[in-house]
Design a protein around this ligand. Structure first.
Ligand SMILES: *Cc1c(COP(=O)(O)O)cnc(C)c1O
Length: 488
């Protein structure tokens, strides 16, 4: 299968995730050369190393349009913020929707439409997205008015922040639709997965000249652009003298569907000098438990937390890691995945677990610690974290305390604090005392700006002038009808 086919198809025919046949290797010299390039050049190079059926010129153009077209508000695209000599934040939220999903979703629609041309496919693509909040908006922005595409986003009605919801329900564009689903993110995601394997639906859509595709991180076209910023972060540390060439670094990643940290894993397998990948969970700590015990068990309470993009019990991309850890044993992965869907649990053999703990470490952060970390980081460093990044920051501190490992570390900062104003204000102790109490949507952002002296990102302050276009709510069982109605 070619890369273009993988991007068009999204999932394999049996519902499994697609992985690259081999992982490209970069030597130290190649990394040094990569560091000379601007962000867009790095991204084009990394994507090109996987997407063999795309020309360098094609990827250069896509990458420049995505990252240099004015939709990012920082010239470095993914700047590093230095907290102290050993701790850095990689800010991945300078794009049009203020969360890290933009890093991939600004370029992915270009990869998808080019893939359709390459495979000679003349159908229109209908992108279906289940979102825990940030993917939905980033995908809507990425696909908005892209010819030959339609996009439909399902979000859990009670699982997203006010700002996330407003961002989506006010979305512009003639090819978009946004629907709230009764249930949590796993319900929405399971619903979307069910639609993908629904042959009857496939036939019905074929009548409209359409086929379904995914913009979730189960699509390889979503994952591959994310590998670039791990190299970019490394280059930043080299450039500032924080590490020597070849020096190792840790990355601590706030994790939900395991896409972001999986991109770090690929970077590491490509030759990026990584010491540990620290997987940070909120109260939904199914991954932390998996890393420490080798048992994946989704039979546990589901918590709705202040870091909704990590409120996930089925982390789809873990399947890809398992495949690599098992020495590419597809049958074993099939067994784990069917055990997961029937009984909600599987256990990997100890040699796979040993492989995992060689590179990964996991940690959990409670709600109280998330809030405390936001307050401490703001009052001690004048640096404002969103809830997801705070989870990772705390998990990194705990990891250091437990291991004594003081390798220079990068906390991956996945969202602007202004997407999660209510929680951040509460963390700063400013809710009960006035600012923020009883406020809705837009006024929350103003309150947070006032309390912290930080500027509201332009895409969020612009919401105020927009009208809500999408208010429909459906049960999971109504998702199928909603698509047909949208496409008809
Ligand atoms: C999506 C998201 C995450 C989780 O990323 P995964 O790739 O799903 O692990 C973390 N933080 C924020 C802000 C997100 O939007």
């Amino acid at each position: 299968m070619t890369a273009a086919e993988a991007i068009v198809q999204g999932l394999s025919e049996d519902g499994g995730l697609l992985v690259p046949e081999s992982i490209p290797q970069l030597s130290g010299d190649m990394i040094a050369q990569l560091c000379e390039k601007p962000y867009s050049g790095k991204a084009a190079y990394i994507m090109g190393s996987y997407l063999e059926d795309f020309s360098a010129e094609e990827l250069r153009v896509f990458s420049e349009e995505a990252y240099n077209g004015g939709s990012f508000d920082d010239v470095d695209i993914a700047p590093l913020y230095k907290l102290d000599d050993a701790t850095y934040f990689l800010e991945l939220w300078h794009g049009p929707t203020c969360a890290f999903k933009d890093m991939a979703l600004q370029v992915m629609p270009r990869l998808l439409t080019a893939s359709l041309r390459k495979t000679g496919d003349e159908r229109n693509v209908c992108v279906l997205v289940a979102t825990s909040g940030d993917t939905g908006k980033a995908a809507l922005e990425g696909f908005r008015d892209v010819p030959g595409t339609k996009i439909m986003v399902f979000y859990p009605r009670d699982g997203v922040s006010e700002i996330q919801k407003l961002q989506m329900t006010t979305q512009s564009g003639g090819n978009v639709s946004v629907i709230a689903v009764e249930g949590n993110f796993d319900d929405a995601q399971t619903g979307v997965k069910g639609l993908f394997s629904d042959e009857g639906l496939r036939d019905e859509l074929a009548r409209f000249g359409c086929f379904l595709s995914s913009a979730n991180s189960i699509n390889w076209g979503r994952l591959v652009p994310q590998i670039a910023y791990y190299f970019s972060a490394y280059c930043g540390l080299l450039g500032s003298g924080a590490i020597e060439p070849g020096g190792r670094v840790n990355f601590c990643v706030p994790t939900g569907n395991f896409g972001n940290i999986l991109a770090a894993y690929y970077a590491s397998e490509m030759g990026l000098p990584v010491n540990k990948l620290i997987c940070a969970s909120n109260s939904n700590d199914v991954l932390t438990q998996f890393i420490s015990t080798g048992v994946y068990d989704r039979n546990r309470p589901f918590y709705t937390t202040s870091s909704p993009s990590m409120d996930i019990l089925v982390s789809s991309n873990l399947e890809r890691l398992l495949f690599h850890l098992s020495g590419k044993d597809g049958d074993a992965i099939k067994t784990f995945m069917s055990a997961l869907s029937s009984g909600g649990r599987y256990e990997v053999p100890s040699r796979m677990r040993d492989e995992a703990v060689r590179l990964f470490s996991g940690g959990r952060c409670s709600e109280a610690d998330t809030f405390r970390t936001i307050a401490e980081t703001f009052y001690n460093h004048d640096y404002l974290l969103d809830t997801h990044t705070a989870v990772a920051s705390k998990v990194l501190s705990d990891y250091r305390e437990q291991t004594g490992d003081m390798t220079p570390s990068v906390v991956v900062s996945t969202a602007s604090p202004f997407k999660f104003c209510r929680s951040v204000l509460e963390a700063l102790g400013r809710r009960r005392s006035g600012a923020g109490a009883g406020l809705k949507g837009e006024s929350l952002t103003a309150a947070l700006s006032e309390v912290t002296g930080k500027k509201i990102p332009a895409p969020i302050s612009a919401i105020e002038d927009k009208k809500q276009r999408f208010t429909e709510i459906v049960p999971v069982s109504g998702m199928r009808t909603a698509i047909i109605k949208f496409l008809e």
